[in-house]
Design a protein around this ligand. Structure first.
Ligand SMILES: [Zn+2]
Length: 280
C-alpha cells in the first residue's frame, strides 16, 4: 500500500472515530498512523447546529500543540534498537495522552468538542459535547408523534442513551421492546380471520409484514432473524457483541419508523391536494 493510501485510511479512521464512535469504546490502530494523524491540517463535519437550528458545516483546524503531541506519540511508538533513543521514549510508551478536537460551526462559531485519549496503539473517546445521544435525539424527534411509537418513544431515547454510555445489553433490551410493540400493535389491527390465538411472535410478524411490509423489503430473507438477534441480546450475547450489533438493529427500527413517517406525510399531502381540488 502506498503512503498516500495509508494516510487516506488513517484520516478516515480518525474522522470516523471522533465523530461517530460512542464514549469509552477503545479501538486499536496501527501506531504508524500517528505520523499521518500529525499531518492532518483540517477536518470537516456536517452536523446539526442547535444554535443555527439547521444542518451546518463544522470545521477542525490543527494547531501546533496537537501537531507536536502527535509527532511525539509517533516517536514514542517506534521500536528502536538504539539504547539512547529507547531510554528517552520508553517511559512514555504506554502513557495516556489527551487531545481535544474542537470543531467550529462555520455559521455561528459554536464549538462541538471531542476529547480523545491515545495510549500506545489504542484510542478511546473520553469526552464529547454535545453528547452523541443528544445529537441523535434531535434526529429522532420527527418520529415522536407517530402513533406506532408514541408510547415507546421514550424507550428509543433510553436505548440511544444506553448505547452512548457503552451499555450494549441495555440498549438492546429497549430495541426489542419497541420492535415487539410495533408488531403487536399492527397484529391487533388485522382482521380476526387472519389472526390465530396461539400465534408465535414470528408468525405475527410475518402476518403483519404480508399485510403492510413493516420490514424493509431488502431484508425480506432475514426477517425472522431480526427478532431472534434482538432476543439473543437478552439471553445469550455478551455486552460487547450487543454493542457491535446495536447500530444495525437500531437502523432497522429507524427504517421502519421512516416508512410510517413517509406514509403519514404523503397522506397529509394527498389530503391537501383533495382540499384544493374540491375548492375549484
Ligand atoms: Zn451554528
Amino acid at each position: 500500500m502506498s503512503e498516500m493510501d495509508e494516510s487516506v485510511i488513517a484520516y478516515k479512521f480518525l474522522q470516523n472515530f471522533i465523530l461517530s464512535e460512542p464514549l469509552y469504546k477503545t479501538v486499536e490502530f496501527d501506531a504508524k498512523w500517528y505520523s499521518s494523524f500529525a499531518g492532518f491540517s483540517r477536518m470537516i463535519d456536517h452536523d446539526f447546529c442547535d444554535y443555527c437550528s439547521e444542518n451546518s458545516v463544522f470545521e477542525w483546524n490543527c494547531d501546533p500543540y496537537i501537531h507536536d503531541t502527535l509527532c511525539k506519540l509517533a516517536e514514542y511508538s517506534k521500536d528502536s534498537q538504539n539504547p539512547i533513543f529507547r531510554s528517552i521514549t520508553e517511559p512514555y510508551r504506554n502513557q495516556p495522552f489527551f487531545i481535544d478536537y474542537l470543531f467550529f460551526c462555520t455559521g455561528c462559531k459554536r464549538i462541538h468538542y471531542y476529547t480523545l485519549m491515545f495510549k500506545g496503539n489504542t484510542v478511546t473517546k473520553i469526552g464529547q459535547y454535545p453528547s452523541l445521544a443528544s445529537k441523535e435525539e434531535l434526529e429522532i424527534q420527527k418520529y415522536k408523534s407517530l402513533k406506532v411509537i408514541k408510547k415507546y418513544y421514550i424507550e428509543l431515547v433510553r436505548s440511544i442513551n444506553a448505547y452512548s454510555q457503552h451499555m450494549g445489553i441495555a440498549s438492546f433490551v429497549y430495541l426489542r421492546r419497541i420492535y415487539e410493540h410495533m408488531v403487536e400493535k399492527e397484529y391487533a389491527k388485522l382482521p380476526d380471520t387472519i389472526k390465530k390465538s396461539n400465534a408465535s411472535f414470528d408468525e405475527k410478524m410475518k402476518a403483519v409484514d404480508n399485510k403492510m411490509h413493516i420490514i424493509p423489503p431488502e431484508l425480506d430473507s432475514q426477517k425472522s432473524k431480526i427478532y431472534s438477534v434482538l432476543s439473543k441480546g437478552i439471553h445469550e450475547y455478551e455486552e460487547d457483541e450487543c454493542y457491535d450489533l446495536y447500530p444495525a438493529m437500531r437502523t432497522i427500527i429507524i427504517l421502519m419508523l421512516e416508512n410510517y413517517l413517509s406514509d403519514k406525510e404523503s397522506k397529509q399531502q394527498l389530503k391537501e391536494i383533495e382540499k384544493t381540488l374540491k375548492s375549484k
